[in-house]
Design a binder for this molecule. Sequence first.
Ligand code: ATP
Length: 360
Amino acid sequence: MGIVVRNLSKRFGSFQAVDGVSFEVPSGQLVALLGPSGSGKSTILRIIAGLEPADSGEVELTGEDATHLPAQERGVGFVFQHYALFRHMSIRQNVAFGLEVQRPRASRKEINRRVEELLDLVQLLGYADRYPSQLSGGQRQRVALARALAPRPKVLLLDEPFGALDAKVRDELRAWLRKFHDEIHVTSLFVTHDQQEAFEVCDQMVVLNKGKVEQMGPPQELYEHPASPFVTEFLGAVNVLRVETVLGMDLVGEEMPIPLDIPGAGSNGGPAVYVRPHDFEVTRERNGRPAWTARVQRLTPLGGLVRLDLTLLDGTVLHVQLTRDRCLALGLSGGENVFVSPRDLKVFHEAKAFVENYVI
Ligand code: ATP
């Protein structure tokens, strides 16, 4: 195992920032630590790096107990959101920094060779003699990555490394990082609050909420089988429906194929049924499936997709996503009535505390 954390906890005054967190990062994988702002992501990363002491819990790096090791002995490479490059040093000197301070120090020739190798790896060979201020934000983050990797760390920790960059550069760097990681396979933990970023970059994700792990697994598995309402809502747009709305579907003589009379569903006024915007079928005629009658309030073209805002008879508003082609084939316009049918429902069983999928 590359990184193991067991039962980590950390309080700041009376605030419990990290609360009994355990997870593992298998060797060579890139795992995202994903959660909303304030969920404890950076604190966990800093504890793993040895930059912050935990109140309790253990950290293991490549099979060795690192809980009480000082940061410089942990063999961790760290990349921060704000490129912490040394402004007065050239790119070459920045990348060499970790090697210059390492004891025993490698020979000058070896250091030069390693720096060249890393600059080549991050595709910045021609930039070695520039200074950080002469690079773009994306290039500086690649230098920061090269600098972190230079001393051959056991693990790489990245704290929102693309957070300060504009959307287009961020997109490019995500794709680049994924490819880069596939080449170097260094065990990496990547902090982000952006689920899209986590989906694009990581092998597995650990979803955090209020200092606790909600769920861990491959992104698509979590998306399709979320364990809680929090994960369901955090991993992508979703319609939250009242049970009564679902039971009130116009069934055209068919049984609704899901048991919505489960005890606890929708209690406490809480949400119980979830449908993703792309999990609806929209038709002009009834087709024998359970469906609601809906009025088209608004059509918003989004390139290859169209967003439909529909209103049901009980006033429920549905956000539905169709492909542009499907929408054109239906020839829809605002103010018309259509039939809308969910293909995939997720029902939160409060009593059992998990989310169950129903494919209709
Ligand atoms: P973000 O995405 O906004 O960076 P995060 O998930 O990384 O958030 P942390 O930075 O780990 O969250 O912080 C978790 C909580 O602990 C926050 O409420 C934060 O205010 C608090 N916190 C973090 N560091 C300290 C500190 N040194 N002193 C007091 N409170 C702190």
